[in-house]
Design a protein around this ligand. Sequence first.
Ligand SMILES: [Zn+2]
Length: 266
Amino acid sequence: MSRKMKLYVFDHKGAPDMPREARVCTGAPFDPTDIIPIPCMSFLIDHPDKGLILYDTGWSKSERHHRPWSIPEDMNVISRLAQLGHKPEDIKTLIMSHLHHDHSGYVEHFNNAEITVSDREFTGVAKLYALGMLQPHGGLYIGSDVQSWYDAKLNWKLLGDDEETVSIADGVELLHFGPGHSFGILCLVAHLPEHGTVVIAGDVIYCRENIGPPAYPPMVVYDLDGYKLAVDRLLGYVNKHKATIWYGHDTEQFDTLIKSTEGCYE
Ligand SMILES: [Zn+2]
């Protein structure tokens, strides 16, 4: 019997300190005490032909990002892989949705992988780094993370604007979006034989509430017009393919997902 593609959800622990207005920007007065915890995830596909495909790598390391709360050792991406019997060097295909610190921790451990990222995202971050505009231990992009990626001499593959849809393996593709939430984002699509098509939004849409109606963007938006175009294109794809969308940081939806310690999607 031929093997089926499996999709695992890695839980990297939610951030306990995200103000509600930062996730869904309604224009209400900013209240830093009105907090909703938000999940942080990455995803692993075990593909019968292509092998392991990792999409994102979760939080930046605690020593790199000085946050006021900690992440248990058994919840980082290295531990999540180990819990399934894998090592970072087993990963030959790594896809980065974008390079914000809650999606790109530990990337320097994946020096056996071809690491695919939007050219705009990579170049935008490299420019900020080269100009000395990244904080070493804070901000959306972490300077000490970027330094570690350069030191590790990683194998990056940059997707240009003309590559809007990219096939990764049979039943797995990327949707490439230009400037919006960040400089450039990649969504992962998995056409699962039993569960159907899943579109992992990778922060093109944070959560259900951003769609509305009425629609509200998150606070972190690099290009608002591009953000709206990306949301429209993504929702168009989801409707056309009768797909399920997994939002980047939706607390309610996250609670319903099967985590890698419990099982997988096929
Ligand atoms: Zn982000």
